[in-house]
Design a protein around this ligand. Structure first.
Ligand code: FAD
Length: 284
């Protein structure tokens, strides 16, 4: 059975937070494994991420997994935030390097996600289940594909439980990454690589985001999105078909789970969960 989770980013206003709580309630009815909440590298959303995590954690028994990044942050700051999460009963984290905010050059005491995973295991033992990032199409700053795979393997060997991928629209890139990791002796049954899924609802923001993260939008998708112009209904219908097919192919290849980049919206992820039959009897 393929499981699924949803990702939120912390809303900026009180009104946004209330809306996010409603979105949470609706998506929570689908019975996801957990929700994650992103974190601004260098601590830029530290309090907002913490506040949202507290609110959602109190709202239901579904686990909430805060993202935590290390670049530009001190060990003390990271440790005290994790102590606070642990005292609240949070037991799952998404551990990332993050990207330095523009203008900042100091990478801090823990420059890479591998350093963060080692630090968490050293300071907190097995108190947290740790997810890390993986890149089917290679991280844009990686020296090589092989180096990037080795980096993911090192994160697993340092104690990461699972990985969640950057979004992608080419199923073969995911399968290739999974095979490459297994060739390094990692059993992906014990260390699942969860497919990060970005629903397609808006052409310009998707293209901008894909370009900045190094994710490839296949030419046939990019061209048709351009052809649809401002016709948002047509973009959503086409985008849904593309992503549904991607997920179906991944399921037929044994993908363990999907992590939906919800963009704080209900419909795009909910429709996919339902169309893929992921809830089958689990809805509450
Ligand atoms: P790492 O695993 O450290 O890798 C970063 C790069 O450094 C890679 O190119 C790697 O090959 C290279 N590298 C690793 N070790 C070395 C070394 N010793 N020497 C040289 N190069 C090295 N960002 C946020 O700011 N907040 C979030 O909440 C957030 N959530 C995310 C969730 C997911 C599922 C994903 C996939 C990404 C998320 N990101 C987030 C983006 C992420 O922070 C960026 O992609 C960042 O650039 C890399 O983070 P990482 O954890 O993959 O870093």
């Amino acid at each position: 059975m393929t499981t699924f989770s949803f990702e939120f980013f912390p809303a900026k206003t009180d009104e946004g937070v209330d809306k996010l709580c409603q979105t949470f309630d609706t998506l929570n009815n689908l019975a996801p494994t957990y929700f994650s909440v992103t974190y601004g590298a260098g601590g830029t959303t530290r309090n907002r991420t913490l506040d949202i995590v507290k609110r959602l954690h109190k709202r239901s028994d579904t686990p909430i997994a805060p993202h935590i990044s290390c670049i530009g942050d001190s060990k003390d700051a990271i440790k005290s935030l994790l102590e606070e999460y642990r005292s609240m009963g949070i037991s799952r984290l998404v551990a990332l390097r993050g990207d330095l905010p523009s203008g900042q050059v100091d990478m801090g005491e823990l420059p890479y996600a591998l350093d963060l995973v080692q630090f968490i295991r050293h300071e907190f033992g097995d108190d947290f289940h740790i997810e890390v990032a993986a890149y089917p199409e290679m991280h844009p700053q990686a020296k090589s594909f092989a180096f990037d795979v080795q980096n993911l393997v090192a994160k697993f060997e340092a104690g990461a439980n699972n990985a969640i991928t950057q979004f992608f629209y080419n199923a073969d890139s995911y399968l290739h990454l999974r095979d490459a990791v297994e060739k390094h002796g990692i059993d992906t049954t014990n260390h699942p690589i969860v497919a990060g899924i970005m629903p397609i609802t808006n052409a310009s923001s998707l293209i901008r985001f894909a370009d900045s993260t190094g994710a490839d939008i296949p030419r046939y998708v990019r061209k048709q999105l351009a052809d649809f112009g401002d016709d948002r209904k047509a973009i959503r219908a086409f985008g849904f078909e593309v992503v549904q097919r991607l997920c179906e192919r991944l399921m037929s290849e044994g993908v363990p789970a999907f992590h939906f980049y919800s963009m704080n919206k209900v419909s795009p992820s909910q429709q996919l969960v339902e169309a893929l039959g992921l809830t089958s009897g689990a809805e509450r």
